[in-house]
Design a protein around this ligand. Sequence first.
Ligand code: NDP
Length: 465
Amino acid sequence: MILCGSLCKKKYTFAAFLGEVPERSNGAVSKTVVRVSVPRVRIPPSPLSINKLSKHLKKNMSRVLIIGAGGVGAVVAHKCAAVPEVFTNILLASRTKSKCDKIAAEIGGNRVETAQIDADNVPELIALIESFKPDLVINVALPYQDLHIMDACLATKTHYMDTANYEPVDEAKFEYKWQWAYHDRFKEAGIMALLGCGFDPGVTSIFTAYAAKHHFDEIHYLDIVDCNAGDHGKAFATNFNPEINIREITQPGKYWENGAWHEIPAMSIHKPIHYPNIGEKESYLLYHEELESLSKNFPTLKRARFWMTFGQKYINVLNVLQEVGMTSIKPVMYEGREIVPLQFLKAVLPEPASLAEGYKGETSIGCQIRGIKDGKERTYYIWNNCDHAEAYKETGAQAISYTTGVPAMLGAKMMLTGKWNGKGVFNVEEFDPDPFMAEIGKYGLPWHEEIDMPLPVEKSKINTM
Ligand code: NDP
């Protein structure tokens, strides 16, 4: 059977499928009969009573500082501005203030203030936070800035959230350990950090929590499948920050199986996977950061993998760039000064935000899960498809920025309205998925689900290099 969230373009008549009346909450759909098995470990404490957040909620207003004015930052600003009942005051700050000003002008209505900030400079960040006094800082700059911004949030006792985990500039290695190490300090300060609230990580982690809560007693096999079937018409471009994107896909692949990580050469395992409304696309097994937190937070998982589609032309160009050393992060001397080849490459590639106009086609990202329900094997597939042109029409952004920025806004709303609340550092799957799932369709990312149908990821054989 197929169900979907509130804003499905194709409306399915769920009651007819189910032979029962679905409950509706804020426009989303859930099955009426579910056995709730609460997923995993740390349950966030009950709502705080004396923190800054609650004080502001009593006054029914929230101030938010968005850092980063790239593709994702623009969508977060647009979406926050459209929800004035929660985000009363918005400050968009980034390295290049003119980009903030451009976004603020597009949004109009004096909804967004702007500022220049070097988010690697903690004293500067503290000064900005102290002058604007946000309830929450949304970090959509680059992963390199995560710890600096968390330090500034700690110093000012301000809540924090981001969409990508920290990685050091000089090492292409992204892990949660650096940010999880802030847990006790955030807890002592009485503030909350929400990590990875984009689409993947973000919605994929919430989809997994939702599946575990409503459809399984135990989840055993998780395959996150990420397809971009769009065409931006450029010879070569990345859909989010080129430096971060290329670092991610050129490092060895990794997946979780039987309690251990298994490493493979980059892009060496691939297979065709069928995506709804798109068809079959060659999909490559990559390491992706939500695998780390999901394998920890859902200990019943026997295997967790992440697949992403790439076109053959993209792979050919990337191979050439790698072979000539242009993707290296080791500095080289050029005309008497050190340059990092990948940073130079980023400077000549199109900015993610610039791809939006004329981008055609859809993304399809979801989770395919096998596990046990009432003693029987169960399969479950939950996904969202997002149309590049529709995203552009609404926010001037392409679908990758859109699918990241919308959950970031909604995660911020969950925090500011107290639906997700805790002291310390949390990944999104540690909170109740229901209020998020009830609203994400309304904000532009409707979801669909299939229960007890063959999983597309299991239909084809793996190809190796
Ligand atoms: P962009 O490169 O388009 O934007 C990054 C922005 O951060 C730019 O405006 C840049 O400024 C700004 N910035 C960089 N360094 C600093 C600094 N030191 N101080 C202040 N501002 C700075 O990237 P995207 O918008 O595509 O991606 C933003 C984030 O979202 C990334 O961390 C990315 O990994 C994450 N992401 C997460 C996804 C998810 O699903 N979870 C998916 C896609 C992206 P300037 O304009 O001057 O360069």
